[in-house]
Write a protein that binds this ligand. Structure first.
Ligand SMILES: Cc1cc2nc3c(=O)[nH]c(=O)nc-3n(C[C@H](O)[C@H](O)[C@H](O)COP(=O)(O)OP(=O)(O)OC[C@H]3O[C@@H](n4cnc5c(N)ncnc54)[C@H](O)[C@@H]3O)c2cc1C
Length: 363
């Protein structure tokens, strides 16, 4: 039995380790260099998972069910490859070193059968065997773990899914997620200002999701960790009309401002200047409802993940295609995305565990 893995990210590299452990023959094809997103993750610290997972943190229950089932096996795997971890008070799991390089180095500790700088452009089936780019093969099983276009510059986003065309699978249209919002705002003088706040995604005057944290005002919009999670919820909305972002700048304080001087120790200086153009009555309202209509989100280039991908209608619980039981799909290529906090890498790793288990059972 020989397996081809397409993509050397979190899912592909983990699966290669599992197949190696079980003496299953495989080749991993990576279009550029392996582990690019692992290295970039968590600002170089790699937030590789979270022990406090909840169903609503994923766009679909499939994500939650899989990580719940495989979470403890994931810790065993990390242990086996020598990756020491630590967990913070919010359940976020990091490599003990707090360096994403440690994660990649542990995944690459043993020699793996990797072909780098080899983009897969086609998958063909002939006499029940599979061939990649017409020249590589034969393979008995294919695992597609090619991730998403999140964080790619526009030129590199083109044709990302083209190599899947022969499979005729439904791909749910993608949108950037875990990304900032473009707002109908005038932040010219506020560009770069950081505010501690409770940020809410509001639709038709109803709060859909809120998070407390730091937001960063941009020329034409807003970003920051607490804002990113709002974008994950926004991506899930079918009807995005009537949506706006509202910031409560004093989430834990009830105070009535009676002069502009009162603002000095409450909000950043540039905002104080900006608020002086409003009446005190307006300022008291703005402090709790600093609100702007959403025009859209920033491009994929600035996103951590995409919402969308290969439709879950196309795959079985075993994670192979319904129309071809020899082709498995794992990681972010699937229409599964989670909020910030380690949920995306955790899904990619757990899908590798699941697919690895399936392939080991077949062997
Ligand atoms: C800046 C940034 C920070 C992030 N931080 C976190 C975090 O802290 N915690 C978290 O949980 N998630 C984080 N994420 C998201 C997380 O990195 C991804 O969800 C995860 O890496 C997905 O794993 P994957 O294996 O499915 O895909 P990837 O890691 O994207 O790997 C897919 C691989 O396939 C290759 N490939 C694509 N097409 C082909 C082809 N045709 N032929 C051959 N190879 C191909 C790609 O080059 C890539 O190396 C972050 C993402 C970014 C961009």
């Amino acid at each position: 039995m020989k397996v081809a893995i397409i993509g050397g990210g979190a899912c592909g590299l983990m699966l290669a380790n599992i197949l190696e452990n079980h003496h299953i023959s495989y080749e991993l094809f990576e279009k550029s260099l392996v582990g690019r997103k692992i290295l970039a993750s968590g600002n170089g610290k790699a937030n590789i998972g979270n022990i406090l997972v909840k169903e609503e943190f994923y766009n679909h229950s499939f994500g939650y069910t899989l990580v719940k089932e495989y979470q403890s096996k994931l810790f065993s795997f990390w242990n086996d490859i020598g990756l020491h971890t630590k967990t913070d008070e919010e359940g976020r799991i990091y490599p003990y070193s707090e360096s994403s390089l440690s994660v990649l180095e542990c995944l690459m500790k043993r020699p793996l059968h990797i072909v780098e700088n080899f983009p897969i452009t086609s998958i063909h089936k002939l006499n029940n065997k599979y061939y990649l780019n017409e020249v590589r093969g034969p393979f008995d099983y294919i695992v597609i773990a090619s991730g998403s276009i999140a964080s790619f510059i526009p030129k590199k986003q083109q044709g990302f899914y083209d190599f899947l065309s022969s499979l005729e699978v439904k791909i749910k249209p993608t949108t950037p997620s875990l990304v900032g919002f473009k707002l109908d705002c005038n932040f010219k003088k506020l560009n770069g200002v950081r505010v501690k706040c409770k940020a809410s995604l509001v639709k038709d005057h109803k709060v859909l999701y809120s998070e407390v944290g730091e937001a960063i005002l941009k020329l034409d919009g807003i970003s920051g960790i607490c804002i990113m999670n709002l974008s994950s919820m926004y991506a899930r909305l079918k009807d995005k009309s009537g949506c706006y972002i509202s910031l409560d700048l004093l989430p834990d304080k009830e105070i009535k401002i009676t002069s502009y001087e009162d603002l000095i120790s409450l909000i950043p200086p540039k905002l104080v200047e900006d608020f002086k153009s409003h009446s005190l009555e307006e300022v008291n309202e703005l402090l709790h409802r600093f609100s702007f209509p959403i025009l859209g989100v920033y491009d994929y280039e600035f996103a951590q993940v995409v919402s969308g991908g290969i439709s879950l209608e196309e795959i079985t619980e075993q994670m192979h295609l319904k129309k071809d039981s020899h082709i498995y799909v794992g990681g972010e290529l699937l229409d599964i995305d989670g909020i910030c906090g380690g949920y995306n890498l955790m899904f990619a790793f757990c899908s590798a565990l699941k697919i690895g288990e399936e392939l080991c059972n077949i062997k």
